[in-house]
Design a protein around this ligand. Structure first.
Ligand code: TYM
Length: 342
């Protein structure tokens, strides 16, 4: 079976963008592939964060994976920091990562601009190397993510090729290894719809956990009233009727796309259904569809959180399975890089 890995940061609340861009697709993929889904807590400390909240947020995120339909009988679900190999491989990979590659990363540039130079930690720069470790440790074939992670995936691929070239092949064989490539070069899986869910208050910026206004996003755990309120107040326009793909109407395209995915309808069906509607008719429809879709997820979330041991068991089991795979890769990398074997 081909292997898939992916993860979400336990920062802020998990929103519709994380769900439609990533988690919802994981659920479909778990039936066909061997899957590992982690909560990337080590990534969550790259910007100033609240130590009192980290472990709670990690649990909430894990519970949401399961509530959204990730099945621990099929997928390994674990916490990144529970598998030591991630950080260890990161150090090894750092030695072959040119700083220039990291300086080019759009997310680094954006986040460091917002944070202000003095407060930017080194980890914000080296973050993509940790992400590459997350992926390469498991010899992953595919990585299902939203559009915003594409550049990090590209770097992961380049890094894998670089390590394979520098340390793999015959050199590695001479050192007693099996030769050939050290890492599989993974491919991103970016969904045709939902890869870039936009903010409710500005159709030109993406929905994000860090946007200051909570009005800009639908969180998976928002109450019915919050959802209704956010949809009611979201940004629209004064064009007649509703349509996809009009560059002058980014909000309209975004809201119709959200509606399309959560109702499971085709684009053509939504065009037919909505082409003569105005915002006053469409907004209640979208609100109902969102509530209808998110409500069962919230019920399952409550059940999972009410059980004092279930989640811990799932995470312990997941970490064990993940470590078994990760340790093999890590051992190979040490060997290929010429370290004294234990
Ligand atoms: P994070 O936590 O920012 O986002 C988690 C996932 O949600 C997707 N996403 C979106 N998709 C569509 N529309 C949006 N508005 C939107 N916002 C976020 C992201 O693309 C992502 O798939 N670096 C990663 C986490 C990570 C990771 C990994 C992912 C660390 N190691 C290894 C895959 C494999 C991140 O910060 O995602």
């Amino acid at each position: 079976k081909k292997r898939i890995v992916s993860g979400v940061q336990p920062t802020g609340s998990i929103h519709l963008g994380n769900y439609l861009g990533a988690i919802k697709n994981w659920v479909e993929l778990q039936y066909t592939y061997e899957t590992l889904f982690f909560i990337v807590d080590l990534h969550a400390i790259t910007l100033p964060y609240d130590t009192q909240q980290l472990s709670k947020a990690t649990k909430v995120t894990a519970a949401l994976y399961l509530a959204c339909g990730v099945d621990p009988a099929k997928a390994s679900v674990f916490v990144q920091s529970h598998v030591r190999a991630h950080v260890e491989l990161m150090w090894l990979l750092s030695s072959t990562t040119p700083i220039g590659w990291l300086n080019k990363m759009i997310q680094f540039k954006e986040k460091s601009r917002k944070t202000g130079d003095e407060n930017v930690g080194v980890a914000l720069l080296t973050y993509p190397v940790l992400m590459a470790s997350d992926i390469l440790l498991y010899q992953s074939d595919f990585v299902p993510v939203g559009e915003d992670q594409k550049q990090h995936l590209e770097l992961t691929r380049e890094l894998a090729e670089r390590v394979n070239y520098l340390y793999g092949g015959r050199k590695w064989k001479k050192l007693g290894g099996r030769g050939g490539s050290i890492f599989k070069v993974p491919e991103p899986l970016i969904p045709p719809a939902g890869a870039r869910v936009m903010s409710l208050t500005d159709g030109l910026s993406k929905m994000s956990k860090s946007a200051p206004s909570d009005q800009s996003r639908i969180n998976l755990l928002d109450t019915k009233d919050e959802i209704a309120n956010k949809v009611k107040r979201c940004k629209t326009d004064s064009f007649p009727c509703l349509e996809f793909d009009n560059p002058e109407r980014p909000e309209c395209n975004n809201l119709l796309s959200i509606y399309q995915i959560i109702t499971g309808k085709t684009k053509q069906e939504v065009i037919e259904e909505c082409k003569e509607m105005n915002w006053g008719t469409f907004k209640p429809l979208l609100t109902d569809a969102l509530i209808h879709h998110l409500h069962p997820i919230q019920d399952r979330y409550d059940e999972i959180m009410a059980d004092p041991t279930y989640l811990d068991e799932v995470l312990a089991e997941g970490a064990k399975k993940a470590s078994d795979i990760a340790d093999v890769t890590l051992g190979n990398v040490y060997q290929a890089m010429g370290f004294l074997r234990r």
